[in-house]
Structure formats: C-alpha cells, structure tokens
Design a protein around this ligand. Structure first.
Ligand SMILES: Nc1ncnc2c1ncn2[C@@H]1O[C@H](COP(=O)(O)OP(=O)(O)OP(=O)(O)O)[C@@H](O)[C@H]1O
Ligand SMILES: [Mg+2]
Length: 498
C-alpha cells in the first residue's frame, strides 16, 4: 500500500491557446491538509477539475488508495470518494436544504418502491448536521442561506457521500472571520477522521495556520512541495513568483490635494446606513473598515446610485450632484469595482475585449461605432499592465481563471478615467504579485488627482495603502484613523456600536 491516499502524476491539459497543466503532480496523505498555491492562472483549479471529472486530462495518472482512477463526471468522482467544494457553489436555490442534500439519490423507505420519503431525508440531514456541528435549518430554502451556510451544506453533502478526498477551491473568499474559523474547525474534524484535504487559497496566513503541506505551482508545473512549518510567507511568495518581492505595498511619492467630494448626512431608508458624512480629497486613498455587515458596501452603493438614499448630500468639486442611478454616477465620473464578480461583474460569454471596454464605450467610439482598433489597443495595454493571463483579447472571459477575471473588471473601470474610484474588496482571489500591480495602478490614479475609496476586510491592505481610514460600526461612522494606525485601534472602533 502506498503511503499516499491520492497521487496525481504527469498531468497535462491544454485549452486552445494555453497549456494549463504541464506535467503537474500532487501527492496527498490521508489525515492531512495539503495547500495548493500559485499565481492566478497557474493551473490550480484545472488540476482539481481533472481529478473531479470536469475535464479529462490530455495525459497523466491518478491513483486513489493505490488504484488507478479516471472519473468521467463529477457524479462518478463523488461515488468514488472524491468531493469538491467549488467557489461557485452548485445548489438548487429554490429547493430546501434537505432536498439539496439528497438531490439525485433520494433515500427510499422501502427499497425498490419509487417513493421518496421526506421523513427519512430530514432525519438523515439532521443527524449529519449534528455530527458535523453545522447549524442549518433543514427546511430552509437554499436561496435564503448565507454563502457560509451554503458552503457548510456542500461540505455535509461531500461527507454524506463518504468522501475520502475533499477539495476546497478558495473557500474563504466570501466568508467573514467567524465563518472562516467555523470552516477551519470543520476541516480539522474531517482531517482527524482520516480525510485528505486539498486546500486552494491566496491567503497566506490561513495556509500557514491550517495546512500541513504546501505545494506551489507555476505555469501549470509543479514547483515545490514542503511541510508548512518549514515555510514562511516570504518563502512561499518566492516560490510562487520565482523571485523576491521586497515590498507588499508601493511607496507614495505625492501628497493629497484639496477637497474633491463631501458627503453630508447620508441616510438610507432600506438599510442601516445612518448619518454618514466625510470628505474625500484629490489624490487621496480613503479606506473604509468595519465588521462584516457594518454597512461599508451600502455606503458605496448609495453613492453610486445602486440603492435608495433617504436624505444626504453629495457635493463634488463644490457642486451638489444627485447620482440617482449608476448611469448618473458614471456620467459624474464615478466608477465602482464590486466584490461579487460573478453576480454583477462579468458577462461570461463575451470576450475579454468586450468586458474591458463596456463601461467606456464612448471613448472607444468613432461616429457612433465602436472603434475596434482603439478598443483593442486599450485592452491589450491593460492585459500587459495587469498581466492578465489570456490567450488573446478575443478569448471569452468565462474561460479565464478566477483572479484574471477580476483583473479584467478592474481594467474596465480604470479605462473610464474616473474622478472618484470606489473599490469594494478589489483584490479578493488575486495573487500577491498582481495585488502589488493593482495597488500601483490605484496609486497612479490617485497621483493624477483621482479620489479613491477602498472597502476591504484585509486590515493590512487598508493600513498599507490608505491615507485615512473611516471605521464603520452598525451603519454609522465610529471614527477615523490616520495613516499608520494600529489594527487594534481600528478593531476597537469597529465594535463601538455593536
Ligand atoms: N475551460 C477553459 N477553457 C479555456 N481555457 C481555460 C479553461 N479553464 C482554464 N483555462 C486556462 O487555463 C489556465 C489555468 O487556469 P486555472 O483556472 O486552473 O488557474 P488557477 O490557478 O485556478 O488561477 P486563479 O488563482 O486565478 O483561480 C488559465 O490560463 C486559464 O485561462
Ligand atoms: Mg482557480
């Protein structure tokens, strides 16, 4: 018997114009958590999809428990003991939790009779949730659950199939800290029961905290595998990008200008935003910190005309503006990069080019026609500047890796040449090097006089990048800190009205 539960050897896979996997390999031990790391487009998701039967590899050998396997569909993989918790969760949102648990293999009370027993399904669901200490109501509709609960449900489903190997693809990117902690304790439980866990993430701290082994990939190839306790963040970065990265944040070489925008007494009738007022200066990067649900995103939405404002004023360059709709806001020079790229960001079936220029069509038109040449020129420039990994600007954006899709969205808004740039968790799912490049672009824009508002849950990002940070608590401003403030100070303010 091999000492490994699962091995992937010599895995290769090409798509038109890309060699996504080039002789990649991975060896997983039972009862361990194995991190899979690498830059955006390194091939992490593709490798896991080959294992899970979503793609069939061009070559390579997979063995599970010493036996060679080649799953042809995700259903086969599940029955064979391999489960994957995708980032895009695959649940039937209009059905109940217990329905989703047993979808496609409903338990029957009397075998061979075509009746599905709700009672049996509910009992089995409750037992399983209890065993995993998951608190989800089996009767709830999936659409009404938070992302975290949906994820718990997917994990429970994986366990119910008796999975020996469970793959998590960037599971914490939409979770808050408490939810992530809960996930880590479930993962720890699975590990103790002897499961092998493969864990994909760009978050260095959590990798070093929960993983036993780390494998780094680059350009579809295996670069290194090492026990986590022999690694540091810097070592991982060096393996990922192939060179040293001395600073995580670019240096500022300019100072802020005069007042660009003033927000007074902002109130929203349909959410908790109350009496929010602040100033934004030209060339300033203004952070907004707060706990999950403190109303940070809602403030941006209110300014961008995405949610109704009850009272409050927005004064831009001395003139009051209304921004009743996003169209108004865009006309007034506002741009907004949203956190939920799948829900509201990308047009999957359109090309990288179309997705890039869609918000700046006017600049890319001549006499009412889209100027193909100009649009292509702009798009190519951003592909280069942001190192967007794509075979060409005509590739469908849906085939790009998650992080690269986010970069395209970023390029889209930069191209509008905004006066006020609002960013909501802009670097989620983005690798370290690309993050640095995005920070540089943000600073360049600020240097040209743009005002930037940055909402982020990554405290080091706020502290490393912002001139000032507003802290929100329960829909209100709890205070403001200057550059160089400590995390403790920010957290203290975030709890002020809780
Ligand atoms: N279905 C597909 N069609 C065409 N190209 C694809 C497809 N799936 C992945 N690719 C390409 O294969 C490469 C590897 O992508 P993959 O999604 O595996 O990267 P990743 O390491 O998971 O990156 P990220 O950290 O951004 O999620 C990328 O260049 C991507 O554009
Ligand atoms: Mg991926």
């Amino acid at each position: 018997m091999s000492e490994y539960l699962l091995t992937l050897e010599g895995m290769s896979k090409s798509f038109p114009g890309v060699k996504a996997l080039d002789n990649a390999s991975l060896r997983l031990k039972a009862g361990s958590v194995h991190a899979l790391m690498g830059e955006n487009g390194a091939g992490k998701s593709t490798l896991m999809k080959c294992l899970f039967g979503v793609y069939s590899p061009d070559s390579g050998k997979i063995t599970l428990d010493g036996k060679e396997v080649a799953f042809k569909s995700s259903k086969e993989a599940l029955l064979g003991g391999v489960a994957m918790v995708h980032q895009e969760l695959n649940l039937a949102l209009t059905r109940t939790v217990y329905d989703n648990m047993w979808l496609g293999r409903m338990p029957r009370v009397i075998p061979h009779l075509p009746f599905v027993s709700d009672r049996a399904m509910i009992k089995m669901t409750k037992d399983l949730f209890h065993r995993l200490s998951i608190e989800v109501d089996p009767y709830a509709k999936c659409g009404s659950l938070s992302i975290s609960k949906r994820q718990m449900l997917e994990i429970a489903r994986a366990v119910s199939y008796g999975a020996r190997v469970i793959v998590f693809d960037e599971p914490t990117s939409s979770l808050n800290e408490a939810e992530a902690e809960k996930l880590f304790s479930i993962i720890d439980g699975l590990k103790r029961q002897g499961c092998g866990i493969i864990y994909i993430s760009h978050k260095m701290e959590e990798i070093l905290k929960i993983c036993d082994t780390v494998t780094v990939m680059r350009d579809g190839r295996h670069i290194a595998t090492s026990p986590a306790d022999e690694l540091t963040e810097d070592k991982i970065i060096r393996l990922m990008v192939g060179r040293e990265l001395t600073d995580r944040y670019p240096k500022r070489s300019y100072t802020r200008g005069d007042e660009l925008m003033r927000v007074e007494g902002l109130n929203c009738p349909y959410n908790q935003v109350r009496d929010v007022g602040f100033k934004l200066y030209r060339g300033e990067i203004l952070g907004i910190a707060g706990l999950d649900g403190a109303g940070r995103t809602e403030v941006l939405e209110a300014l961008f005309g995405l949610c109704t404002r009850g009272s409050g004023k927005i004064i831009l360059s001395g003139k009051e503006i209304s921004n009743r709709t996003p169209k108004d806001a865009i006309r007034n020079g506002f741009a907004m990069v949203t956190e939920d790229r799948r829900g509201s960001g990308i047009f999957s079936i359109l090309s990288v080019l179309d997705n890039t220029v869609i918000s700046s069509l006017k600049d890319n038109m001549t006499l009412g026609f889209i100027s193909g040449k100009r649009a292509r020129h702009h798009t190519r420039e951003y592909i280069k500047r942001l190192r967007i990994k794509t075979p060409s600007e005509l590739t469908k954006i849906g085939t790009l890796s998650g992080g690269n899709q986010q970069k395209v969205i970023f390029a889209r808004w930069l191209l509008t040449g905004p006066t006020v740039l609002m960013l909501d968790e802009p670097t989620r799912g983005i690798d370290v090097l690309a993050k640095y490049e995005i920070y540089e672009l943000i600073m360049n824009l600020a240097g040209e006089g743009c005002g930037v508002i940055l909402v982020s849950s990554e405290m080091p990002e706020l502290i490393g990048l912002c001139d000032r940070i507003l802290v929100m608590s329960k829909g209100r401003l709890a205070g403001e800190v200057e550059r160089g403030a400590s995390e403790e100070k920010i957290i203290e303010l975030a709890y002020k009205f809780v």
